[in-house]
Design a protein around this ligand. Sequence first.
Ligand SMILES: [Ca+2]
Length: 118
Amino acid sequence: MQSAHGGAWYAAMMGYGTTATESLSQSNIAVPSTGSPKLTFWLKVSTQESGSIAYDTLKVNVNGTTLATYSNANAGSGYVQKTVDLSAYKGQSVKLEFAGAEDPYLTTIFLVDDVAIG
Ligand SMILES: [Ca+2]
């Protein structure tokens, strides 16, 4: 049983232990036009993999461009806050996507919580 970092909602991605892809996306997200807009979320990675080689990945894509990549190498026992700079998208309406991919062996689960843009 996995628990959310905060609030009732969280997304559990991947965890198949076989070759698979999965994505969560939302279009028409307004990026603030002032300040230093950024995407923040909490990420917890659980894996059967070991070592620092990325076998299973979770990418943050904005308008189809990958801005950050996390993997089994980011595994840990708790949630860690992640920040992705969205300055390049100031004042724009964007499509945000979390895109996961697993290799054929050993499971990795990516838990995403408290996604915010501001
Ligand atoms: Ca794997």
